[in-house]
Design a protein around this ligand. Structure first.
Ligand SMILES: *Cc1c(COP(=O)(O)O)cnc(C)c1O
Length: 379
C-alpha cells in the first residue's frame, strides 16, 4: 500500500507496517553502533509480527546478516535475503542438521556432539557454525569455563569452520552492572579463543538493549530485534525510535445500552448509566491479549480513547463509544496512533502483564499485514 491508500473495507483486523520507519530505526542503531559494528537484523517470529518477507525485502543489502529462530523461518526468508547470510538463533534439532548444511544457514553450536553431527553432513565441504557460550543466559552455549577446551576440540574437526563466537544477555534492560560485567567477561574469553586461532570469527552478543546501553562492548556484530521495529527496551531511548506498526480493526456494530446491562462473558462490566457500545472485529484469537480485560485498556475510535468494556472475547471486543462518532465499518486502532492520540504497544503489554515482544509476536495469522514504503529511495 502507498502512504495514502485506505485499507480494504472488508478487512476486519490488520496491521499497517511502515517499512521506511524500520529502515530509519536501522540507521539510528547503526549510528549508535558506530562504523566498526555491523548489524544482524533479527527477523524471527515473522519479524516480530511485522511480516518477515516484506521486512527482509526492505533490509536486504543494508544489514550484514539476518537472524531467525529456526530452519523453517530461514527457508521462508531465504529467497528474499539475496546474498545476506542467515543465522539460526535457536537450538537446532538433529533432524534439521542435514537441511541446514545443504542450505548454508549458520547454526550456533553448544557442544562437541552437535558440531560432530553437523560435520557428519558436511559431504566434503566445511560447515560454517558460530560457537555459542553461556555467560549467564542459561539457554544455549557451552558454559563459559569450558569454552576454551571445547574450542580446542572443535578446531580439530576439519569439516567445521567456526566463523562466529556468540553469547546472549539475560538482563540487558534490567541490570546494567551484571550486563557490563558479563560483556567484559565475554570479551576476555573471546580474546582467549582468538589465541587458539579463531582470529576471523565474528563476535556478537548484544540484543537491542545491550546495543543501546553498551555500544562500545558490541564486538563485530549486534543483533537488534525489538528496536528495529521502533520499540526501545530502555524507555530513555524511545524518542529516538519510530514505531513501525499500527494494529487496526473495525467497528461492526454500534448499540445503545440502558443502565444496568452486562457486557461480555462473566458480566464483569455492568453499564452504570446509559452508554453507546461498539463491537469490534478483533479478539484474543487474533492475538489481542485477553489479560487486559478489566484493566482500563482502550482503543482509538474517531481519534478518541474509548475504554474496552468487560472481557476480551475470542473474536470480538466491546468499547465505550458514548459521545464518539462511530459507525459500522469505521476503523478502530488497537496499537498505534489515530488523530492526536496514541496507544503504544508497551501500554497494551503492561496492562496485559507482559512484554512488547510477546504482544508483537502474538499478533496472529488471522490479522492481515499491509506494508507501506513511503520513501524507498530515502536511505
Ligand atoms: C531474539 C534475540 C535477539 C533480539 O533481541 P531483542 O531484545 O528483540 O533485540 C538477539 N539475540 C538472540 C540470540 C535472540 O534470540
Amino acid at each position: 500500500m502507498s502512504a495514502t491508500d485506505e485499507a480494504p473495507a472488508t478487512l476486519r483486523s490488520w496491521v499497517e507496517v511502515d517499512l521506511a520507519a524500520i529502515r530509519r530505526n536501522l540507521a539510528t542503531l547503526s549510528v549508535i553502533a558506530g562504523p566498526a559494528v555491523k548489524i544482524m537484523a533479527v527477523v524471527k517470529a515473522n519479524a516480530y509480527g511485522h511480516g518477515a518477507v516484506a521486512v527482509v525485502d526492505a533490509l536486504a543489502g543494508k544489514v550484514a546478516m539476518f537472524g531467525v529462530a529456526n530452519l523453517r523461518e530461514a527457508e521462508e526468508i531465504s529467497p528474499h535475503a539475496r546474498h545476506t547470510p542467515i543465522a539460526l538463533l535457536s537450538g537446532t534439532l538433529p533432524a534439521e542438521h542435514a537441511a541446514i548444511v545443504r542450505r548454508g544457514f549458520i547454526p550456533v553450536v553448544s557442544n562437541f556432539d552437535e558440531a560432530a553431527h553437523y560435520a557428519a553432513h558436511a559431504g566434503g565441504t566445511r560447515v560454517k557454525v558460530h560457537l555459542a557460550m553461556d555467560t549467564g543466559m542459561g539457554r544455549l552455549g557451552v558454559w563459559q569455563d569450558d569454552a576454551v577446551q571445547l574450542a580446542r576440540k572443535l578446531t580439530a574437526l576439519p569439516a567445521i569452520e567456526i566463523t562466529g563466537i556468540a553469547s546472549h544477555l539475560p538482563v540487558a534492560d534490567e541490570e546494567a552492572t551484571f550486563t557490563r560485567e558479563q560483556l567484559t567477561r565475554f570479551h576476555t574469553l573471546v580474546a582467549q579463543l582468538r589465541e587458539l586461532g579463531l582470529r576471523d570469527a565474528l563476535v556478537h552478543v548484544e540484543n537491542s538493549a545491550g546495543l543501546i546501553a553498551f555500544p562500545d562492548l558490541a564486538g563485530a556484530l549486534a543483533r537488534p530485534g525489538l528496536a528495529l521495529y521502533g520499540e526501545s527496551p530502555l524507555p530513555e531511548f524511545q524518542p529516538q525510535l519510530a514505531p513501525a506498526l499500527t494494529w487496526k480493526t473495525r467497528v461492526v456494530l454500534v448499540r445503545d445500552f440502558g443502565k444496568g446491562r452486562g457486557v461480555s462473558y462473566g458480566r464483569t462490566f455492568i453499564t452504570p448509566s446509559p452508554m453507546r457500545v461498539a463491537t469490534l472485529a478483533t479478539g484474543y484469537a487474533d492475538g489481542y491479549p485477553r489479560q487486559v480485560s478489566g484493566k482500563n485498556a482502550a482503543v482509538l475510535i474517531g481519534g478518541k480513547r474509548c475504554a474496552i468494556l468487560g472481557r476480551v472475547t475470542m473474536d470480538q471486543i466491546m468499547a465505550d463509544v458514548t459521545g464518539v462518532n462511530a459507525a459500522p465499518g469505521d476503523e478502530a486502532v488497537l496499537i498505534g496512533a489515530q488523530g492526536g492520540e496514541t496507544i503504544p504497544a508497551r501500554e497494551v503489554a503492561s496492562l496485559a502483564g507482559t512484554i512488547v515482544w510477546d504482544i508483537f509476536t502474538g499478533i496472529g495469522p488471522r490479522v492481515a499485514r499491509l506494508h507501506r514504503d513511503g520513501d524507498a529511495s530515502e536511505l
